[in-house]
Design a protein. Structure first.
Length: 220
C-alpha cells in the first residue's frame, strides 16, 4: 500500500535533531551496545539525526522515511548512511536489503493509521532473532490523570494541527501490538521526566524465530 494519505509528512526544515532525540539517543545507543547491534535500519529516520548517531557509534546504518525533504536533509549531512524514500506503506522489498540486526523506530508509530505495518515490516527485513526497538510518547494511568486534572487534553492532543499524533500508546497496548506480530518483549524503558510521567517510552523486542524464545509472553 503506497497511498500517502495514510501518512502526513513531518515537514523538516533543518537537519537539526528534534527535541526527543536528546532524551532517546543515549538509551538507544546503550540498548544497541547491549544487544551487539552491528547493522541497523532507522525506520522513520526523519532528517537522519539518529541515523548519524548510530553510524558514528560504529554501526552499518540504513535510514528510511516517507518524508522526502527529511531524506534530502539527511543525505546532505553524511554519505556514510544509506537513505531510502518509502512513500506510504511500502513493500519491504523496496529496501533491496535485509538481514538487519535491529530495526529502530523512534516517535513514529503514534503517527500511523495502520500501526501493525511497522512490526510486520520489521519482521520481513530482520535476521532471525533480530531486535525491534520502538519509542513513542508514553501514556499511562498517572500521566493521563495529571493531564485531566490540569485540563490539558486539548493542547495535548492538539486536534487543530494537521498531521501529528493519531494513536496514544500505553506500555500495555504497545507490547500487545508487538507480541501479536511475532515478537517477544524483552525490555521497557521510560525516557524523559520521571517515573510514570515519562515523555516517551522504549520497548525492546526480539523476533521469536530465535531458538532462545520461550513461549510464555511477558507480563506487563
Amino acid at each position: 500500500m503506497s497511498n500517502n494519505n495514510y501518512v502526513t509528512p513531518f515537514g523538516w526544515k533543518t537537519p537539526e535533531a528534534p527535541p526527543s532525540h536528546h532524551i532517546l539517543e543515549p538509551l538507544i545507543l546503550e540498548i544497541c551496545k547491549k544487544f551487539q547491534v552491528r547493522k541497523a535500519l532507522d525506520f522513520g529516520c526523519g532528517n537522519g539525526a539518529l541515523s548519524r548517531s548510530l553510524q558514528e557509534a560504529g554501526m552499518e546504518v540504513t535510514g528510511c522515511d516517507v518524508d522526502l525533504q527529511g531524506i534530502e536533509f539527511a543525505a546532505r549531512c553524511t554519505s556514510q548512511v544509506k537513505y531510502v524514500h518509502l512513500a506510504g506503506y511500502e513493500d519491504p522489498q523496496k529496501l533491496e536489503d535485509g538481514n538487519f540486526d535491529a530495526i529502530i523506530s523512534t516517535e513514529v508509530i503514534e503517527h500511523l493509521f495502520l500501526p501493525r505495518y511497522l512490526p510486520r515490516f520489521a519482521k520481513a527485513v530482520l535476521k532471525p532473532g533480530g531486535y525491534l526497538i520502538i519509542s513513542c510518547p508514553y501514556h499511562g494511568y498517572l500521566k493521563n490523570l495529571v493531564i485531566s486534572v490540569l485540563n490539558k487534553w486539548d493542547s495535548h492532543h492538539d486536534p487543530l494541527k494537521d498531521g501529528g499524533h493519531i494513536k496514544f500508546w500505553s506500555r500495555k497496548t504497545l507490547a500487545q501490538l508487538i507480541q501479536g506480530e511475532g515478537f517477544k518483549v524483552l525490555e521497557f524503558h521510560g525516557a524523559g521526566r520521571f517515573g510514570f510521567l515519562w515523555k516517551s517510552m522504549i520497548i525492546v523486542a526480539q523476533e521469536i524465530s530465535s531458538p532462545n524464545y520461550r513461549a510464555a509472553k511477558v507480563q506487563l
